[in-house]
Design a protein around this ligand. Sequence first.
Ligand SMILES: Cc1ncc(COP(=O)(O)O)c(C=O)c1O
Length: 443
Amino acid sequence: MTTSIEQRFFELHPKSAELHDSARSLFPNGVTHDARRQDPFQLYYTHAEGAAKYDVDGNRILDYFPGHGALILGHSRPEVVQAVQEQMGMGTHFSGSTELEIEWGGWVRELIPSAEKVRFHSSGTEADMMAIRMARAFTGKSKVIKFEDHFHGWSDYLVAGSEGIGGIPKETLSTMIVLPPNDIETFERTLRENDDIAAVILEPTGAHMGLEPILPEFLSQLREVTERYGVVLIFDEVVTGFRTSRGGAQEYFGIRPDLTTLAKILGGGLPGGAVAGRAEIVNMIEGRQGDAEFNRNSRIAHNGTFNANPISAAAGVAALKIVANEPINDTANARAAQLKDGLNDLLGRLEIPGCATGITSLMFLHLGIDYEGDTDYCILTPEQQAVSMEPERLRQLSLSLLNHGVQSGNRFILTAAHTEDDIAHTIDAYERALTEIRALGLV
Ligand SMILES: Cc1ncc(COP(=O)(O)O)c(C=O)c1O
C-alpha cells in the first residue's frame, strides 16, 4: 500500500520518476552507486550552489550528503569553480608532471601532521588499496586487520566482513581479519597469536563516518600496541581528512598514524585520492638503483592515468587553501552543534525516543531508542542499533524529508555553506517529517 508520504513524493517528483524508469534498463538498480539507491526512485539533479541542490522538477533541496562528504566548502564555491575553469582552458592532461601537483602535495603535507611523503590516486578506494599494499610490502607480512562495519571502499581485500562479496576469491578474504572495534584486548591477543600481520586500518571516528564511534582512548591504545608489535597503523581519513579538523582526525585526537589515506575534500569536489605518511613506507614505490631483487619483488608498481591530473589538482589546491586560511571547520562544526541541539530539543518536545549525536561536522540521528548517554560518542548495543536502523522507518523518514526539501535521514554531513537559517529550516522539516512518520505508526 502506498503511504501518504510516498504519494506526495510521486506528486513532487514526476520527472525524476520518469528518468528512473529509463535508467532502470540501463544501470543495475537504475543507479551508478549503491548508496544512491532509493525506493521507489532516487532524484535527479541539475545544479547546486552553497548548501542546496536542485532537482529536475525544480525542487530546492538542502544537502546533508554533499558530494558524499567531499564538499566541506559547499557546492560550487567560486574560487574552486574559477580554478577549474582556468585549468580547463590550459589543458586537462599533459602525460607529465605539473607545478600544481607539487602545490597540491605541499598542502597535504602542510595540513596533515603525519604526512612526510604523498602519492596521489583517483579515489579513496585506490588510496586504501595502496595503503595496505605499502604496509604489506614494507613489513613483508600478509594479513591486515580491519574493524566490523568500517568502510574502506570496494576493493577485494577491504570489503571483507561486509555484504556483497560476490566475485572475491576466498584466498583473498582469508588474508583479512575483521575484529570488533573498541576492544584492545582482542586486538592485542590477535597480534600475539599471529606473527603475519602487516597492518590495521580503521575509520578513526568510527564505522559509517562515525555513526558507530571509535572511542578516543582506543585510538591511543591502538597506537601504543601497533608500535610495540611493529604493525603499520593506517588511518582511513577519506572522510575525516581536512574535516574533523584541518589536519583530520589525527590532529583532532593527537595520534600519529604511520599511513593516512585521503580523498573526498582532498580533490575539492573532483576525483582525487592520496596515501600520505612515513617516508620509508610510502617510498616502497621508489625503485632502488642496482637492487634488481628489491625492484622486482619488493617495490610497488603504481600507475594511474588520472593520478594528480591538473583539473583535480587545481580544484584540490583551491579547496585546501581555503580550508587552511578560513574558519571552514569551525563554521561547519558550529552548524552541526546547532543541528544536534535543535534535533535533541525537538525529540524531547515531540516525546519521540531517540537522540542526535556525533562530533565536529558529522552528525547522526538514532530514532526509537531511549538513550541518556554521551551525545559525542554514542555507543549503542547491537539491539539498540537494530532498532535505530529499522529500514522502513528510515525510508519513510528520508522520503518525507525530501518532500520538505531536505536530503538526509539518520546521517548529516555539514558544510561551511550551511547557514543558521538552513539549520532552522531543517529542524522544521524534521518536525513535519517526524509527525508524518508517527502518523504511520513508525515512531
Ligand atoms: C571511510 C571511507 N573510505 C574509503 C572510501 C572510498 O572512497 P571512494 O568512494 O573515493 O573510492 C569511502 C567512501 O565513502 C569512505 O567513506
